[in-house]
Write a new protein. Structure first.
Length: 255
């Protein structure tokens, strides 16, 4: 019994030590953050080791011409949109790429109770083949609202996050889900697919966004897609891609 009591006491002491160090660490970090906040950084505490980079970035931003933001009216937004689109396209490296034939192939069809999945392959640029799934409601007629669904960091890629596609198709939407660069059937080396992109002179983002634009080209070539009800959405990294797509792709009506 004495030995058991000693063991319990030791465990309590160890637990208290861990609790003390955890609270003390949080206190030190919080104090350091508050001590290093000055001027414009009051809302965003900057650690000492990061302050050099912070100051550099702020000084660099101060050299840029100041613009009124956000625009005050819809007409100002419309006037600015093409400028922003051109800048974004140039920044991610897709402004000089030419559109080439998509060379679409249908690899097969899967049939479920409420919908079908068309398995397709298209060529976003010569030699770059993109596997994709097209979810379509069964017995659908006419032109349907359509969503390009973009996945995030998932090795399952177009087959991952299946519930949004199934939910949308059961509500009457056509949904397209494609494999992103280095994922799914296009996997290279897990999340280390950045290196191969850079070695051929492009960023991963340029591959992703260009493939997405060509996916829009494919969707609008279909007779069952309503171009006035074309949307884009995604999860995690797919949401990030969506935010870029609405800047460079005016054919997207909702995101």
């Amino acid at each position: 019994m004495i030995g058991f009591s000693i063991m319990r006491s030791n465990k309590i002491i160890i637990a208290l030590r861990f609790l003390f160090f955890a609270v003390f660490s949080v206190f030190i970090v919080s104090t350091q953050c508050l001590a290093n906040t000055t001027g414009d950084t009051n809302l965003y505490p900057v650690m000492t080791q990061n302050k050099v980079l912070w100051d550099y970035m702020k000084a660099l931003s101060d050299t840029y011409p100041k613009r009124k933001f956000p625009p005050a009216s819809a007409s100002e937004w419309d006037a600015r949109k093409p400028v922003v689109a051109e800048q974004v396209r140039h920044a991610i490296g897709i402004d000089g790429i030419e559109k080439t034939p998509l060379n679409v192939e249908v690899a097969g069809t899967l049939e479920f109770e409420d919908f079908i999945i068309e398995k397709i392959l298209f060529e976003s640029r010569p030699g770059s083949y993109i596997p994709a799934n097209i979810y379509k409601p069964k017995n659908a007629k006419g032109k349907l609202p359509t969503v390009l669904w973009l996945h995030g960091h998932s090795d399952e890629a177009k087959a991952g996050y299946a519930w949004p596609m199934q939910m949308l198709v059961k509500k009457g939407f056509i949904v397209m889900s494609k494999d992103g660069t280095g994922a799914g059937e296009r996997i290279l080396t897990g999340h280390d697919h950045l290196a191969p992109c850079w070695t051929v002179g492009y960023s991963t983002k340029s591959f992703e966004i260009w493939d997405n634009i060509r996916a829009i080209d494919y969707l609008l070539s279909r007779d069952d897609v309503d171009p006035e009800r074309l949307g884009c959405a995604g999860r995690s990294g797919g949401g990030t891609q969506t935010s870029v797509m609405v800047a460079v792709e005016p054919r997207i009506k909702s995101a």
